[in-house]
Design a protein around this ligand. Structure first.
Ligand SMILES: Cc1ncc(COP(=O)(O)O)c(C=O)c1O
Length: 399
């Protein structure tokens, strides 16, 4: 016997951004002002009524275990909020409140995937989707999409990817990393394909409230009431209400699956933190007008970021529909030299942006899109302008 690790982890990659984050932290510790284009969280605080509700919950004794799948008022509030914003009305027994949306996805992975299963994931993808599939010994089937088609999976590509082994399809709209989102017709096209196959559809809607220029997010669950026995929606308060650290997410699953998720969570984490659930409740039931302001702020940043990136020779950038990421095509810079060092890959380029321009970013290879770089615009317009000016100067030094 040896002190080994579980074999199922052998195919799982550590996060490629770790080295980048460590280097950025290093630079910051040395006093360097690093532009945070790499982050995946809003730069503002949760609404004050959320913080007040959390403090009140502490004083009112929210220190005990709750029901595994969450406190009843939060589950009801999730149903009401979904009815209001997504146009379908789930029942509380379909909700599992989790320790963030990532945990909801992990519960689903445990409940659904086994060795031999295939899970279809369009590229570019959020990094945790394929790794969670691999952790279960199942196989992610990564399907190409085309930037010219808005990074959207086409019905034809989906049909081609489905095999008798397909267990699930994971969609993210709006997407991290591309910011691209599925309008109604595009989503309907995919649902028409899925209707013919017995596969789960998991839709990650964590960025659904962050869409711009009148784009309308549409839930697959609203469009396909006939498929509610196999559609799962994942969401949470992290991005919408700037509550990443509170760790409150949820899944909305067919009741049968929700019962299984209750077992999975009951044998692992039990409930999400009681106080955080009360904070989540306040976020969903409190005034929503701040969201309008937040959307406006992000929209202005989105435009500033995309315009600024597009002005840098060698970089092209599509205007995304939602989330807070610009996904820039940087292939025009690959092969150039900084001194005598060739910038061969997006990872080299991201390190160059960090070392020379002091801008932290995420290389696209991490998301299955080599040659691209993800720029988060969850920082002020002034910081965006300064950071882009710094990248422009750095790029001008390349030969
Ligand atoms: C697409 C996507 N899904 C889920 C999550 C996880 O969110 P949470 O903080 O609720 O776990 C993230 C966070 O970056 C994300 O980008």
């Amino acid at each position: 016997m040896s002190l080994g690790f579980a074999q199922r982890l052998s195919a799982v990659s550590p996060s490629v951004t770790l080295a980048m984050n460590a280097r950025a932290a290093d630079l910051r510790a040395k006093g360097v002002d690093v532009f945070a284009f790499g982050v995946g969280e809003p730069d503002f605080e949760p609404p004050p009524h959320v913080l007040a509700a959390a403090k009140a919950a502490i004083d009112a004794g929210a220190s005990k275990y709750t029901a595994v799948t969450g406190i009843a008022p939060l589950k009801r509030a999730i149903c009401d909020s979904v009815a209001r914003t997504r146009g379908f009305t789930p029942k509380p027994e379909q909700i599992t409140v989790t320790v963030g949306a990532k945990h909801a996805l992990f519960n689903l992975a445990l409940a659904l995937y086994e060795p031999g299963d295939e899970v279809i994931i369009p590229k570019p993808f959020w990094v945790s989707y394929p790794e969670q599939v691999r952790m279960m010994g199942a196989e992610p089937v990564l399907v190409d999409t085309d930037e010219a088609n808005g990074w959207r999976l086409t019905p034809e590509a989906l049909e081609k990817a489905i095999t008798p082994k397909t267990k699930a399809v994971i969609l993210c709209t709006p997407s991290n990393p591309s910011g691209a989102a599925y309008p109604e017709e595009a989503m309907k096209g995919l649902l028409d394909v899925l209707r013919k196959h017995q596969v789960w559809l998991i839709v990650d809607e964590i960025y659904a409230e962050l869409v711009y220029d009148g784009f309308e997010h549409v839930s697959a669950a609203k469009l396909a009431p006939d498929m509610l026995d196999r559609i799962v929606v994942v969401d949470g308060v992290s991005k919408t209400y700037a509550m990443t650290g509170w760790r409150i997410g949820w899944s909305i699953a067919p009741a049968k699956l929700a019962k299984v998720l209750d077992v999975v969570q009951g044998q692992s984490t039990t409930n999400a933190t009681a106080v955080a659930q009360h904070a989540g409740l306040a976020a969903l039931t409190g005034p929503q007008d701040e969201l309008v302001e937040i959307r406006k702020r992000f929209d202005a940043r989105r435009k500033a970021m995309v315009k600024g990136l597009a002005q840098i020779p060698g970089i092209e950038c599509r205007l995304p529909e939602g989330a807070f990421y610009a996904f820039a095509d940087c292939r025009g810079l690959l092969g150039k030299k900084h001194g005598d060092k060739v910038i061969a890959t997006d990872e080299d380029l991201a390190f160059f942006f960090l070392e020379v321009a002091h801008c932290a970013t995420v290389p696209g290879g991490a998301f299955g899109a080599p040659g691209y770089i993800r720029f988060s615009y969850a920082l002020s317009e002034e910081r965006i302008a300064e950071g882009l000016a710094s990248i422009t100067r750095a790029v001008a030094s390349l030969v």
